[in-house]
Ligand binder design. Structure first.
Ligand code: CDP
Ligand code: MG
Length: 700
């Protein structure tokens, strides 16, 4: 055990909202909520009444009745997400065929809370309580009244119903996360409220971010006075603080900076297990890779040493888990066993896990970063903010006083961590956002009422890319039909453009399969210890053209096997991922038909498949550096150094010209999902993009 722990000097965290600010309504409630849901035998009703938010039921309903916008702040686990929609339904907001919506930034959270609420209401999921995430709609028209959905899906629904007329109340949950879609929705809903004064908005958040939300809704663009007051509604938003913090959490810091947080997390869990009394452990790492690695390390430990680690049940938690795996995470550990959940920051505020007493915080999460100059968007492992660190620690204090182990020094926490995170909109590519706003008829995007303005550079870059994809015309309006078609497909505009091109090239069947595979995380089974076998299996499908065509081979094999799970197992193909591919594929075909595309197969002509990929992804073209001995490529646009990812079938093959689907950044920038191209196709696909001066170089 190389870790030395030092208790922190920061005072235990107090309440969330301070009541001195104007506009903050503060109601007192009792301090400790004895929420014990799955640990006691209380009936569902009793459990519900024990949640901190229950004391505010009347206040919440009163505010929603009298205010256009209500902002609710409350600690994770206080019952905001699962209870408030039910209160609204009980109070009649779902009468007369209207719906109550509750958005979440994360798909997994949508599924988990919807199934919890269905369980609490004693109904089957998909009936009165349903959910919608991209490519998965578990609702029933005229039956579903409580609908949980991702913020992205609600944004898409506006394309068919710009005023969201079927909803009586919309709850934008997890607003403190400041996801890109939530930010856009905030701007749009503020507009909608002027047209639909009867629409009620609830913004719920786990942190004080609420204050800036309230300022945003208070501030009117131009000098227009609120029309809502005529309807007897108050427009001034109110912040309601739900007091319900559980118990104190003792913070421990690492004495020395940590070199390898996976290893440090594993040692810390073992140390907790050895020395601390019963209570589950929640570990925050960053993504599937490091989570799977640490699960494996802990399980190895359980198997080899046995004595210290017996009694540990180690479970991963990240998006992309199957239903059964999700359920394990939420279920109670058998008597005498200690549950260890190793999670992404989904467990920071979106999901409540019962029974957690110890938190191990790596200090990192995966975050999106965008560089408008190079036009590169990356998911990178980056330090979290102090606000996040406090949230993570808070997860340890729900059942009784807990402990948090921070895998970083106190000095680092105090002097080097940023106070708050940056809204996602300020670190993302604006391409999808611009196209959606254009499709909603919002032309002046820079002048849009943003809760936080995106950068001008990112905006200009987005306009330029959409123009080169021929989605926008010279006046920056959506082109017809391409622009409108691209907007209708719920995928990245480059993928959508590839699909549209494939319809003209006669290979839409193939390209839709590729698009479906690209929309799941990975179709391969990987992991420590099976790398060699899985690489060999991959070779059976490998196509000289690259990963996209390899996917077609896998899909064909899967289809011919009768969609067999044994076949997948034998070939190191992820069966769940393939089922998802089938589903997405069906949905994409339906959308393609609706927007007038031709469904056709090109059989074995892979040349047209490459052309279609190029038509969408020409901006991601790269060429091998002539004298490079280590497989270095340069992007044609920004001359960025990139390499083929080891998971690609073209790894070490290093063809001269390639196009990538996405970049992952670790020690280097790696291209994931790569296909070889013919450079002359680039000029054909985007002559204006690869201008004349480049063409000599291209044809060299
Ligand atoms: O949204 P908020 O963080 O305020 O709380 P919530 O998600 O509504 O959770 C309220 C309570 O429901 C928690 O204390 C959990 O005990 C319980 N819950 C659960 O047991 N299983 C779930 N999948 C979701 C919530
Ligand atoms: Mg919640």
């Amino acid at each position: 055990m190389s870790q030395f722990w030092k208790p922190g000097t920061e005072r235990p965290q107090g309440r969330v909202v301070d009541d001195e600010e104007g506009g903050v309504l503060f109601l007192s409630g009792s301090h400790h909520s004895s929420s014990s849901s799955r640990y006691g035998y209380a009936s569902i009703d009793k459990q519900r009444q024990r949640l901190p938010v229950f004391k505010y039921r009347t206040a919440i309903l009163y505010l929603v009745e009298t205010r256009a916008t209500t902002i609710i702040v409350g600690e994770t686990g206080s019952g905001k997400t699962t209870q408030i929609p039910q209160y609204l339904k009980e109070a009649g907001w779902a009468a007369g065929g209207r719906l109550i919506a509750c958005t979440q930034p994360r798909r997994l959270a949508v599924q988990a809370v919807a199934s919890r609420v269905a369980e609490e209401m004693g109904v089957k999921l998909g009936e009165e309580v349903g959910y919608t995430i991209r490519f998965e709609d578990v609702t029933k028209p005229d039956v579903t009244v409580l609908k949980f959905l991702t913020d992205g899906v609600l944004l898409r629904e506006m394309m068919d119903d710009p005023l969201l007329t079927k909803y009586s109340v919309i709850m934008l949950d997890e607003a403190h996360e400041r996801s890109i879609s939530t930010d856009i929705l905030l701007g749009l809903l503020k507009k909608i409220q002027r047209r639909r004064p009867e629409l009620r908005l609830i913004i719920s958040s786990a942190t004080i971010e609420a204050k800036s939300m309230s300022d945003f809704f208070r501030m009117r663009k131009k000098r227009r006075e609120p029309e809502n007051e005529e309807h007897g509604l108050q427009v001034e938003p109110v912040i309601l603080s739900v007091e319900g913090r559980g118990f104190n959490v003792q913070i421990n810091y690492s004495e020395e900076p940590v070199q390898d947080y996976v290893q440090a997390a594993v040692s810390t869990v073992l140390l907790i297990h050895e020395r601390e009394p019963a209570g589950d452990v929640l570990v925050f790492l960053t993504g599937q890779d490091d989570i799977d690695a640490s699960v494996q390390l802990l399980n190895d430990e359980v198997q080899t040493t046995g004595k210290h680690s017996s009694g540990l049940i180690v479970l991963p938690l990240y998006s992309g888990l199957s239903r059964a795996e999700q359920e394990l995470v939420f279920s109670q550990a058998p008597r005498g066993k200690r549950k260890v959940i190793i999670s992404t920051n989904i467990a920071e505020t979106s999901l409540t896990l019962e029974g957690i007493v110890y938190v191990v915080d790596s200090g990192f999460s995966k975050q999106r970063f965008y560089n408008p100059i190079s036009d590169i968007e990356n998911l990178v492992v980056a330090p979290i903010s102090r606000a996040s660190a406090r949230q993570r620690a808070g997860r340890a204090g729900r059942v009784r006083p807990g402990k948090c182990y921070r895998l970083y020094t106190e000095e680092y926490f105090l002097n080097h961590m940023s106070n708050e995170g940056i809204p996602e909109i300020q670190r993302s590519s604006m391409v999808s956002c611009v196209i959606q706003l254009k499709a909603l008829g919002i032309d002046n995007i820079l002048g849009f009422d943003w809760p936080a303005s995106p950068s001008t550079e990112a905006m200009i870059r987005a306009l330029e890319i959409l123009y080169s994809l021929r989605v926008l015309d010279d006046d920056a309006k959506l082109t017809s039909p391409t622009g409108f078609q691209v907007a209708e497909i719920p995928l990245d505009p480059m993928v959508s453009k590839m699909i549209i091109a494939s319809s003209q090239l006669g290979c839409s069947e193939e390209i839709i399969t590729i698009a479906a595979v690209l929309s799941v995380q990975s179709i391969w089974i990987s992991g420590r210890g099976i790398q060699k076998e899985s690489d060999e299996a991959k070779l059976r499908f490998a196509a000289a053209e690259g990963d996209h065509v390899t996917f077609l081979n896998v899909y064909k094999g899967f289809h011919q096997s009768g969609k067999s799970s044994q076949w997948c197992h034998k070939n190191y193909v992820n069966y769940h991922a393939m089922r998802k591919v089938l589903e997405v594929r069906e949905q994409l075909k339906r959308i393609a038909k609706r927007i007038g595309l031709v469904l056709k197969s090109c059989e074995s002509d892979m040349q047209v498949v490459r052309k279609a990929v190029t038509a969408g992804f020409f901006a991601n073209a790269c060429h091998l550096e002539e004298y490079s001995h280590n497989g270095m490529y340069k992007t044609l646009r920004g001359s960025q150094e990139v390499y083929i990812h080891p998971s690609s079938v073209l790894f070490r093959v290093n063809p001269k010209w390639v196009i990538y689907n996405s970049l992952v950044s670790t020690d280097r920038q790696y291209m994931r999902n790569v296909i070889t191209i013919d450079p002359s196709c680039l000029l054909e696909a985007a002559p204006h993009f690869y201008q004349l001066q480049q063409s000599n170089h291209l044809l060299r």
